[in-house]
Design a binder for this molecule. Structure first.
Ligand SMILES: *[C@@H]1O[C@H](CO)[C@@H](O)[C@H](O)[C@H]1NC(C)=O
Ligand SMILES: *[C@@H]1O[C@H](CO)[C@@H](O)[C@H](O)[C@H]1NC(C)=O
Ligand SMILES: *[C@@H]1O[C@H](CO)[C@@H](O)[C@H](O)[C@H]1NC(C)=O
Ligand SMILES: *[C@@H]1O[C@H](CO)[C@@H](O)[C@H](O)[C@H]1NC(C)=O
Length: 348
């Protein structure tokens, strides 16, 4: 060290005339020129060492060279063998999946994942930081191919190709439709039943002939959906529900109307008298889809005669009829009294 120092002094001094530091010993050249160029040069097949002290840096054009070397040395992530051969699995439509992506960072650093090619099924997503594939597989037969990239915190990455087979689920396998209904296997992992008359419902398990719309219940047919023409003061339309306190009209021009809220297929109607003096001898029905244009349901069996013995009568319509509004038109009542009715409707 002392010797080199002596050389430096010596040569710096000797080269001082042209403003240049020039050290030349066998196999070593150190030059600092006026123009600012610095040259460090070792001889043929001789090494050049830059060794910072412990914790020190080697800065090159503002960059920490040691840090750059460390990054360059970092190895890319590695996909574990069973994931690397690419197969992901066979799934049934509607199945919920939660699959861990099996890549590791050789440095044990954190990994992130990206979908870089192909597509995942609808409703299936990549959890980029958690490293999972999550979701519900659609119930449509299809083959999916996609590439997922595992990236470490030094932006080194490795890709893996996955293949995923989806088999459609046979949702009709258990023959869920009753009454010989036709089962349709939907693409959203459900089934639908096409039901023969007079059946309806999810599994054709509703007999429309005995399925009450619930006129008797205010929570099914609210007061606002009960109306009438020429009512008796306190016997308003909203009382005209089966088991209610009864609607009473004024004469045969009066009518009681039920709004089912939306078009429904009506199969049957029920009439209940108010008392043995306040009743109707019979009634006809008219129906409407819009509340303006009404058609009569010409059902002679609906024109029954009150026998005095029974308080309720049910009548099937001649054929199932699509209607939203149903009107009851009284036909005859006890002389000196009023036509009074309480009603229910059946259908789907
Ligand atoms: C300094 O280096 C540059 C680039 O190599 C060169 O063009 C220039 O001539 C050098 N200056 C001197 C004084 O050697
Ligand atoms: C990357 O992760 C490793 C291991 O956890 C950690 O030592 C290193 O500091 C991280 N580097 C960066 C740039 O976050
Ligand atoms: C499933 O699909 C059927 C037929 O397209 C549809 O009627 C039904 O509302 C759907 N069900 C759900 C839960 O999406
Ligand atoms: C149906 O009955 C209504 C009321 O009783 C009547 O006005 C109409 O003419 C009848 N229609 C038919 C086609 O018989």
């Amino acid at each position: 060290m002392k010797i080199l120092y002596a050389f430096l002094i010596f040569f710096a001094k000797t080269a001082a005339d042209d403003g240049v530091l020039d050290i030349n010993v066998p196999h070593l050249t150190v030059k600092a020129q006026n123009a600012g160029n610095i040259t460090l040069q070792s001889g043929l097949a001789r090494d050049l060492y830059l060794e910072p002290g412990p914790g020190g840096k080697v800065i090159f054009d503002g960059e920490d060279i040691l840090e750059i070397i460390k990054m360059a040395k970092t190895l890319p992530p590695v996909w574990l063998p069973h994931a690397h051969n690419g197969f992901f699995g066979t799934f049934e439509g509607g199945q919920r999946i939660h699959v861990k992506l099996e890549a590791r960072d050789p440095e044990n650093g954190p990994l992130e994942y990206q979908l870089v090619a192909g597509e995942l099924p609808t409703d299936v997503t990549l959890d980029e930081t958690g490293g999972y594939i999550n979701g519900v597989v659609p119930d449509i037969e299809r083959f999916y191919t996609f590439t997922i990239r595992a990236i470490n915190n030094q932006t080194k990455y490795a890709d893996s190709v996955f293949k995923m087979e989806v088999l459609s689920n046979d949702n009709c396998k258990s023959s869920p439709c009753q009454q010989h209904g036709t089962c349709i296997d939907n693409s959203n992992n459900t089934y639908s039943c096409v039901c023969p008359e007079p059946y309806s419902g999810q599994r054709c398990d509703t007999d429309c002939r005995s399925n009450a719309f619930g006129v008797r219940y205010k929570n099914k047919i609210p007061d606002a959906q009960m109306s009438a023409y020429l009512s008796q003061s306190t016997y308003l339309a909203s009382n005209g529900r089966y088991s209610g306190s009864s609607w009473c009209g004024t004469n045969d021009n009066s009518w009681l109307q039920v709004d089912l809220g939306e078009p429904k297929t009506v199969y049957k109607t029920l009439y209940q008298y108010r008392s043995s003096t306040y009743y109707v001898n019979g009634y006809t029905l008219s129906v409407s889809l819009d509340g303006v244009n009404f058609n009569y349901v010409n059902d002679t069996s609906g024109l029954h005669t009150f026998s005095g013995g029974a308080s309720t009568y049910t009548n099937s319509l001649p054929s199932p009829t699509l209607a939203r509004f149903v009107r009851y038109h009284p036909k005859g009542y006890k002389s000196g009294y009023y036509p009074c009715m309480r009603v229910e409707l059946y259908g789907c």
